[in-house]
Each structure stands twice: as structure tokens, then as C-alpha cells.
Design a binder for this molecule. Sequence first.
Ligand SMILES: [Zn+2]
Length: 176
Amino acid sequence: MRTKKLSVKDLVTLIGSALALLVGVTVVHEAGHILAAVTYGVPFTEVNFIMVGINPGVRFPDWFSGVPHPFVPYAGGTTAALLLTAGYFLICRRYYLRQPASGTWLVGLMVMAFATEQVANAWLEGSYPGLYFSLTGINAQISDAVLATSCLPGILLHLALCPLRLLRLQTAVSYG
Ligand SMILES: [Zn+2]
């Protein structure tokens, strides 16, 4: 049985998908914070875009810091995780189960890994902002380790929801 290799075109598409996903997740994440803040009465014109290290972020006006707004820090990761999960089940998984292909499988892997990473992101950002916003030192290392590890449940979920054996069956059928 031959296995189908990924072509250069497939690789370019995958890298493009990964970058598009990264940009998309960042935009949706920040939009989640902004939407939540707007529902608490922050005018959109008073939202400032900033950089936190290499990551884009948003800054709300000083008067807002005294307003109780428990959901705003959680809203970024939660919004992104919900959208990624919906996209995973409605597009990636459906497509893969209908027509198993390695490219679809890899895109699904990225989407689910991002989804669980965003859940951890919401939890860290909302419950441990001291860790999340640290750019150096042990706090930054802990935060990075938590975020990196949080992709693992997504990868395991993806392996269970989009079994690789379907790919092998498909290959077996295609190449005899
Ligand atoms: Zn955030």
C-alpha cells in the first residue's frame, strides 16, 4: 500500500491555513474582549489597540478599571474557542468524515488544538492575569508552558473525532 505524500502545493496551503488561522483567532479573540466591554458601556471609540510583547491586545479607558466587569478578561479566549469548536464540527470534521484527506485532517488538528489553547487562554487571562501578562521570568515561562500544553487535549480530541484509520482506509481504496 502506498501512502500519498504531501506535495509542495499542499504544504504551502497548510502553512497559509496556519497563518490565516492564527490571524483569525487573534482578531476574534480581541473582538470578544471588545464586544464584552461594549456591553458594559465602553464606547468603541475609547478602545485602544496595543502590543503586549509580540501579541496584539486591547486597552480600555482608565475609568473602566473601577467598573465590575468579570466577563471581559474571559471573553477573548471563550469567543475564539466557541467559534473554533463550531467550525471544527460544522466544517472540518464533517468534511473529513465525508472525504478523508491528510490536508483536511491537519487543518482539523490545528483548529482543535487552537480551540483548547483558547480555553486555557481564557482561564489564564481571567483567573491569573499576573501570569498571563508576564513577558519575562518564571511567570512567563509558566504561562507559556500552560498554553503550549493546552493544545494536547485538542490533539487527542481530534484523534478521537477524526480517526486516522479512515485516512488509511481511503488510501487503501484509492491505491488498492
Ligand atoms: Zn485576551
